[in-house]
Each structure stands twice: as C-alpha cells, then as structure tokens.
Design a protein around this ligand. Structure first.
Ligand SMILES: [Zn+2]
Ligand SMILES: [Zn+2]
Length: 253
C-alpha cells in the first residue's frame, strides 16, 4: 500500500524546515499526484500563520503548482481547536481562501477564553501523567464533535494525540458530516483498535505524513503498517489509490 497524495505538510511558514517548493519536490519524487501545504494557524504560539500571511503562502503554492505539471499543489491550514465548545482559530472567511481545512488539538494553543485553559489544555496536561478520566474523555469528545458540526472541516488531524477521546463517537460525527479522520504516522494515532472502531462507524480515513521536514513528506510507514495489519484498503482510506477524493469544503481531486 502506498499513499498517492499527502494532505498534511508543514513549511517554514510555521515550524517546518523547508519551503513550499521543497515539500513539492519531495512529493513529486515519490510520484504523488497532490501535496497540501498546511501550516499551523494563528493561535499556535510564536509560529502560527497570521491571517495576512495566507495570501503570501498562496503565491508560493500557485508558483509551484504552475511549475510542476504532474502534481497538484494545494493550500491549507491546520487550525487549532481552541475551546471545549468546538471553536477554531480560522474564520469561515479565511477558510474560503484555502483549498483544504485541517483541524487538530495542540496542547499549547491559545484558547478562546481564559476559562477554556481549564478544559482541553488541562486535560492534555494531565494526560502526560495518566489516562484522562471518563468525565474528561466525554468533554474532549464533545469538543471534537461540536467542532466538526459547527465548522466545515475537511480533515481532523491526529485524533487522540495528547487527549483521550471516544473515537467511535467522533467517527460517527465525521461520517455524518463527511469529515475525514487522519491516521497519523508522526503521532502514531489513532491506535489499531480505534481505527477498527472508526471504520465500523462508517468514517473514512486519510493517511498523512504531517511532515515538518521536506524529506518526511509522504513518509507514512507506521500508518501503512497499521492499515495493512487490519486489512484496510482504498474502501476505507481515501488517499491510497488514484480514485477521485471529494472533500467536505468542495475540493475534488
Ligand atoms: Zn498537528
Ligand atoms: Zn501538523
């Protein structure tokens, strides 16, 4: 099994080490048909992309897309989940400038309100030492469900990373809304057991590298081994074949 497009890669516009062009060259060397540039959105401390920088990144994306005929270069952002009510740090107006919108939970992201630091970030902090309690898991899960219900999210990145969640409940919401759940090699999440639950709930998976270095673009060995171990294929994972992929916000590729 081989991924045919990588929809989650970072560049120097947040804390990746390469340029847009570097990521594209690496994706092309692996024979991929598409690569998305998805840097961290503004609430990621110090490195988040400011809304006014979106147009600058778009220029690089357009330049690379024109230069390399055999690969589609896409512009996205990896938004942050910034409240237990499912808020994110990319407005609908900003998202309309993108080809694809990813959302994930990042422990250090600025929250919407001060009190929100005692919800998901607190749960993420305690998760470092022990598994979240049932009450914490319910709150984390509801935040993701509300997030994808409220916002037109194309891909939920690394579910279960730094927060324990009920993957089955999130998968049901993803299936209902057409949001893809990421199987992340970088963060080794969700677990094989959770992946089986996600598939049973009818949600579709997407395998991405979450590369922060150009050389890691398209590197999804862990995710592929989990998928193969369970016996998944193009029916369950959208980017392991050349079949067209339809994203929730409208991109078809
Ligand atoms: Zn992330
Ligand atoms: Zn990422």
């Amino acid at each position: 099994m081989k991924i045919t497009a990588d929809f989650h890669t970072h560049t120097r516009y947040s804390h990746g080490t390469g340029t847009v062009n570097d990521n594209v060259v690496n994706a092309l060397s692996l024979g991929m048909r598409a690569v998305a540039i998805t840097d961290h959105a503004k609430n990621h401390p110090l490195i988040g992309v400011k809304p006014e920088t979106i147009d600058t990144i778009r220029k690089d994306v357009v330049t690379a897309d024109k230069e390399y005929r055999n690969i589609r270069v896409l512009l996205g952002l990896e938004a942050n989940l910034i409240s237990p009510r499912g808020d994110i740090d990319v407005t609908e107006e900003q998202a309309d400038k993108l080809d694809i919108l990813l959302v994930g939970f990042h422990l250090t992201a600025y929250q919407k309100r001060f009190a929100d630091y005692f919800a998901l970030p607190w749960n993420g902090f305690t998760h470092i030492f022990c598994k979240n309690t049932a009450k914490q898991i319910a709150r984390n899960t509801q935040a993701f469900v509300d997030c994808i219900t409220k916002n037109k999210v194309d891909v939920l990145t690394h579910p279960g990373f730094r927060l324990d969640v009920d993957c089955k409940a999130i998968a049901a919401a993803c299936a209902a809304t057409g949001t893809y759940m990421e199987l992340s090699s970088r963060h080794r999440t969700p677990s094989a057991k959770d992946v089986e639950m996600i598939v049973a709930a009818g949600a579709k998976l997407i395998v991405n590298s979450d590369a922060h270095k150009p050389v890691n673009v398209g590197k999804c060995d862990w995710a592929i081994s989990v998928a193969e171990e369970i016996g998944l294929g193009e029916e369950e994972i959208v980017n392991v074949s050349d079949k067209p992929i339809k994203f929730r916000r409208g991109l078809e590729i």
